[in-house]
Design a protein. Structure first.
Length: 115
């Protein structure tokens, strides 16, 4: 089982990034997929989540209207489009796949927003 995130990097405030998460080793289309983030000294927090079929989506209040989560079950991939980035979005972003009792995590990708 693997979740591999990509697309992180350094961007200026107001800029955009698109994160990708490639799943392998399990049937990701049956799993709810989420993006979490963890800033230095803070707890990991949920950023966005999407149901297995993509019909159910929710966002943290802090990213509503700026971030968009989507998935392509044919490619076993999940995406996070991040627009209007702010310095407070700086964190390591993690992909998560969950279908109880299974819960998988990626290794994370760093997003740094410079002001």
């Amino acid at each position: 089982v693997q979740l591999v995130e990509s697309g992180g990097g350094l961007v200026q405030s107001g800029g955009s990034l698109r994160l990708s998460c490639a799943a392998s080793g399990f049937t990701s289309s049956r799993y709810a997929m989420s993006w979490y983030r963890q800033a230095p000294g803070k707890e990991r927090e949920l950023v966005a989540a999407i149901s297995s079929a993509g019909a159910g989506i929710n966002y943290a209040d802090s990213v509503k209207g700026r971030f968009t989560i989507s998935r392509d079950n044919a490619k076993n991939e999940v995406y996070l489009q991040m627009n209007s980035l702010k310095s407070e979005d700086t964190a390591v972003y993690y992909c998560n796949a969950r279908k109880l009792p299974y819960n998988y995590w990626g290794q994370g990708t760093q997003v740094t927003v410079s002001s």
